[in-house]
Write a protein that binds this ligand. Structure first.
Ligand code: ASP
Length: 324
């Protein structure tokens, strides 16, 4: 008798999950962005979810949960119910650099998520306040040598993209500026424009409009080729700096255990969004790089996360970086 009841309960349970996934989504979805509003991750999240919401027939509501270089928001999202109603925008920092910097990180980027897909590649640009006393990368490096820790470098918290690419940059140029943490590079950019902090290494989508508008300076872009949106900004190599080529990325994840058909719906919606003319235009205008079809799949994202953790761990350890 007991066995039968259990078996029936199991069938009923299955039917309930099946029905739930089939009708998914029946209510708004929350996307956790682990940084302040207005920064690169937030901007990319808003651009790609616009079209995704339309495809899914439900709104995707952005919730900014900033702190600890993005690991606070990602920890919360990883522990949310795996029903497709809480997803997140992670990136090269939260899912690549963080394990090397937080010995007690509450999640494993390679194991605790159901990858949905890559949203955008984001080249790194070396930017400074408008009043910075240098006009090119060479002058900037000379200034760094002469002024050391009197120079302030902004970043979005230990393990963020700006922090890890910044630590790497400082190790390449052998400088030790004073590090100033923000809850995202959105607020850091505001201080850069107000001339109250000196420089940072940030994702192009955040800084391109202010470089174009002449509100901040750009010394170099850390990619092999120049960006079409910043044709006058030299690559690091062109500007005379070898060994600093680095790009970041932002990607959508769900908590581990999210039903496969829900993952598929989300991933199909993301792929469709990346093919939408308006989404593409908005990302490209900011210098974002649109992933190819093959790069957009959940499987490709899983591989990317694994290779990024493997790539960043030795780089950050060699740079002597530690949390706090
Ligand atoms: N992506 C972060 C933000 O949106 C910044 C960072 O990781 O550096 O503010």
């Amino acid at each position: 008798m007991k066995k039968i009841t259990l078996a029936l309960a199991a069938v009923a349970g299955l039917a309930a999950t099946g029905a739930q996934a089939q009708g998914y989504p029946t209510r708004p979805i929350t996307m956790i962005v682990p940084f302040a509003a207005g920064g690169p991750t937030d901007v990319i999240a808003r651009i790609v979810t616009d079209n995704m919401s339309r495809t899914l027939g439900q709104q995707i509501v952005i919730e900014n949960v900033a702190g600890a270089g993005g690991t606070t928001g990602i920890t919360r999202a990883a522990q949310a119910q795996a029903d497709g109603y809480t997803i997140m925008m992670g990136h090269m920092g939260t899912h690549g650099a963080a394990p090397a910097l937080y010995p007690n990180l509450k999640y494993d980027p390679t194991k605790d998520f159901a990858p949905i897909g890559l949203a955008a590649g984001t080249p790194i640009v070396i930017v400074a306040k408008k009043d910075f006393p240098a006009t090119d990368l060479k002058g900037f490096l000379d200034h760094m040598k002469a002024n050391g820790e009197k120079v302030n470098m902004a970043h979005a918290g230990v393990g963020s993209v700006s922090h890890s690419t910044g630590i790497f940059f400082n190790s390449v140029i052998k400088a030790k500026p004073t590090m100033v943490a923000y809850r995202g590079t959105g607020p850091a950019l505001n201080d850069l424009m107000a001339n109250t902090v000196d420089f940072m290494t940030d994702q192009i989508v955040n800084v391109a409009p202010q470089i174009q508008g002449g509100n901040i300076k750009a010394f170099a872009i850390a990619t092999r080729e120049r960006s079409p949106v910043l044709p006058n900004v030299p690559t690091t190599k062109e500007a005379g700096l070898e060994g600093y080529e680095v790009s970041a990325w932002n990607a959508v994840f769900a908590p581990k255990g999210t039903p496969p058909d829900v993952v598929k719906k989300l991933s199909d919606a993301l792929m469709k969004s990346l093919d939408d003319e308006n989404t593409k235009k908005r990302l490209l205008e900011l210098g974002g790089v649109i992933p190819t079809g093959a790069e957009r799949t959940p499987e490709a994202l899983q591989k990317l996360v694994e290779s990024e953790v493997a790539r960043w761990t030795p780089v950050l350890k060699a740079a002597g970086a530690t949390a706090e």
